[in-house]
Design a binder for this molecule. Sequence first.
Ligand code: C2E
Ligand code: MG
Ligand code: MG
Ligand code: MG
Length: 274
Amino acid sequence: RAKEQGRNSFQLYQPAMNARSLEHLALETALHGAVQRDELLLHFQPLVRAESGELAAAEALLRWQHPELGLVSPADFIPLAEETGLIVPIGEWVLRHACTRHRSWCDAGRVPLRMMVNISARQFRQETFVDMVRRVLVETGMEPALLTLELTESMLMEDTEASVVRMQQLRELGVSLALDDFGTGYSSLAYLKGFPIDELKIDRLFVRGIDRNPRDAALVSAIVSLGHSLGLRVVAEGVETRAHLDVLRRHGCDLAQGFHFSQPLPWQSFLTTY
Ligand code: C2E
Ligand code: MG
Ligand code: MG
Ligand code: MG
């Protein structure tokens, strides 16, 4: 606290920074009540089989509908939620909400669908994380085999042994694990070998140029082979064009996700579209 105040009084002499920290503070205050005020919502983006285009899964993506700021993107508030610890209650809300939506999808007799939920580093490190997941599964009646949690490499690198233990506990619950944004973290193949994961999601950074740049295509092809040789399913993120999809198919990528198929959609639109 004292340190924070010291920093703020220092910033009084730097008007631009002070304005930014005030904005930060206002956003933090607003985010505090966002769950209670019912301002959070989830959009859902389809993942389809690259070969057939069939719907295979949906990724839940968090949105914040602020009364004055409008729709705030997760890139703008998730780091803040991480920093303040608010990600813990928010993350639980996300999981519960996604599982509840999934329940209603099943109850309506729709095609089997996997639900993918993003987990943040601070959330994953909570002592009570696995218990929270177990509780939400029971309370929502979510079938564990249809839930996939998305983790990132960087969050697993912090304490790899503890991470592996936690990942094993999650898999014992019956949920599966995906490595999100694959290729952008400190990808160590040795670690990859030791992580109990089911799926790799190739970051869109690598997908963007695959139809024009042979080096990008070579990288994606190598990641698909690597994933398959480790028995993992491989997903490409950021599939924006038919040309992207064609290259991915040629390289045997399993699933595809991106604007070529659909933007993330509000639940109602997802229901009527699929
Ligand atoms: P992510 O998990 O890698 O999600 C994919 C992001 O790429 C989403 O951005 C999605 O809208 C966007 N995207 C999908 N297809 C395309 C495409 O074809 N082209 C381009 N350019 N972008 C595409 P979004 O929804 O803004 O989310 C950004 C990030 O925020 C997510 O990246 C994830 O790291 C984080 N996030 C979102 N929801 C949650 C959440 O509930 N919990 C946590 N911890 N993080 C979340
Ligand atoms: Mg994700
Ligand atoms: Mg991703
Ligand atoms: Mg990404």
